[in-house]
Write a protein that binds this ligand. Structure first.
Ligand code: GLA
Length: 365
């Protein structure tokens, strides 16, 4: 077979296409092993490449080529660390694939609350899995990518992002029990679209504030002697400090809402589905303390402009909100939001109308 090459002389034998994600509902519930309902989206990281002795990758986003040798896996503080993280975790599993040469592109915006880092990590892992026949299942890849993020990168995230990016299904959201990893695909009605509005607010606090929330939640579980937030009830929190009760109370209600939202989506009851989403936002903003004025503004306006419901998505502290809208009204609502938002705030915002996509895939040739 004749090998295609690009202007950089890179052999383009394999292409990994890895989606971003939005979370419809179930926010900050995955690190207490509760329920979530994300979907993979049709904005992708795309890596074209082939086997090589070392690792050499060109990033279209950063407009640079980076390189490392496989006998020295050490962090350097650049985007290449995500690739090193994957080699590190594979080595922990006793897997030692050789290198890769290629280029990274795609249309998934970096730093927009759509989980571009997990998408990138899974693109690399899936590519290595295919090129070197590592025999990893999508679920195993998700678990390994989460470990890479937790232990090599040092971000104490839950399993949600990696799981949906590895296992997403076109046209469907996924109801996931993050304790057992049992999951169910829930079709998204065809006349519905998800609008992702990126506030442009930089999530500078995310690192420490996310880790603080996680620490507190783990501490509550330890004190009440439970493994998962799914089976905790308000009365189990009696005697705990007020702030613990307030934060964990949100998680208890959010778990219930994910189940109700799944049922509403299954029966196509978009009014109820949307109402639950908006309720979830008000609760997380009031009681979990991870929203901000810009996100609250978008949620309020989106509903005012005719969305079924809206809420922040992902870790919060800035980043993105979603609104669930009729397909016919998507663009009109997005444009209006952008206009009003840019009058009210000085951040450079943007929005995307997204569809539920397949999880990471690798194509040959
Ligand atoms: C980030 C983490 C996820 C999850 C969300 C909040 O996206 O990576 O594991 O905790 O925040 O729901």
């Amino acid at each position: 077979m004749q090998q295609r090459t690009d202007s950089f002389g890179v052999g383009l034998m394999y292409t990994a296409v890895s989606p971003g994600r939005v979370n419809l509902i179930g926010e900050h519930t995955d690190y207490s092993f509760g329920y979530v309902m994300p979907m993979a989206v049709n904005l992708h990281t795309r890596i074209e490449g082939d086997a090589f002795e070392h690792v050499e990758l060109y990033s279209e986003h950063f407009e640079e080529t980076r390189f490392f040798k496989l006998d020295r896996i050490k962090k350097e503080g650049s985007w290449m660390d995500y690739v090193r993280a994957i080699y590190w975790v594979l080595a922990e599993e006793g897997l030692t694939p050789k290198g890769i040469k290629g280029r990274i592109g795609g249309n998934l915006p970096v730093d927009s609350g759509l989980s571009s880092s997990a998408s990138f990590e899974l693109a690399i892992m899936a590519l290595l899995n295919e090129i070197y026949g590592l025999g990893l299942s999508p679920q195993k890849m998700a678990l390994l990518a989460q470990r890479a993020e937790n232990e090599f990168i040092g971000v104490p995230c839950g399993i949600m992002d990696q799981f949906i990016i590895a296992m997403g299904k076109e046209g469907h959201a996924m109801f996931l029990d993050t304790e057992t990893l049992e999951h169910e695909y829930v079709p998204i009605p065809e006349d519905i679209q998800v609008l992702v509005f990126h506030t442009g607010v930089r999530r500078t606090l995310t690192g420490s504030a996310y880790a603080d929330r996680r620490k507190m939640v783990v501490e509550v579980l330890r004190r009440i002697g439970r493994e998962s937030s799914k089976c905790v009830e308000e009365r189990d929190l009696r005697g705990l400090p007020g702030i613990y009760r307030r934060r964990f109370g949100y998680i208890i209600r959010e778990n219930r809402r994910v189940v109700m939202a799944r049922d509403a989506l299954k029966s196509g009851d978009m009014e109820t589905f949307g109402r639950i989403l908006t309720e979830a936002h008000l609760d997380i903003a009031r009681n979990y303390g991870v929203s901000c004025g810009e996100l609250d503004y978008i949620v309020r306006k989106a509903v005012e402009f005719g969305a079924y419901g809206a809420r922040l998505t992902g870790a919060g502290f800035g980043g993105a909100a979603i609104a669930v809208v009729d397909r016919a009204k998507g663009k009109e609502i997005g444009d209006r939001l952008l206009l009003e938002y840019s009058r009210a705030f000085r951040w450079k915002a943007r929005y995307f109308l997204v569809e539920a996509s397949q999880g990471v895939e690798v194509f040959r040739g």
